[in-house]
Design a protein around this ligand. Structure first.
Ligand code: ZN
Length: 77
């Protein structure tokens, strides 16, 4: 009772926890037997958090830079 291999969209949906219970179960039981899909999902799981963390860090850097500039401006008063 094995389904076919995941395509990339299904793998992304799994990594981002957007699959329904039934679909996730079918996908994970397929992955128990399929090294290719395990590797695909593992690669996506590694890549996805970095993409997500990038934007908050940029926002923090912008805030820190802004505070530094405000601090410099205040010191000149
Ligand atoms: Zn597969």
């Amino acid at each position: 009772m094995s389904r076919s291999c995941l395509d990339e969209l299904e793998a992304i949906a799994l990594v981002e926890r957007k699959l329904g219970d039934e679909e996730r179960e079918a996908v994970t039981s397929h992955m128990d037997e399929c090294v290719e899909c395990q590797q695909l999902v593992a690669a996506l799981a590694r890549a996805t958090p970095e993409r997500r963390q990038a934007s908050p860090w940029v926002a923090i850097a912008v805030v820190v830079a802004t505070l530094a500039l405000v601090g410099l401006a205040l010191m000149k008063l």
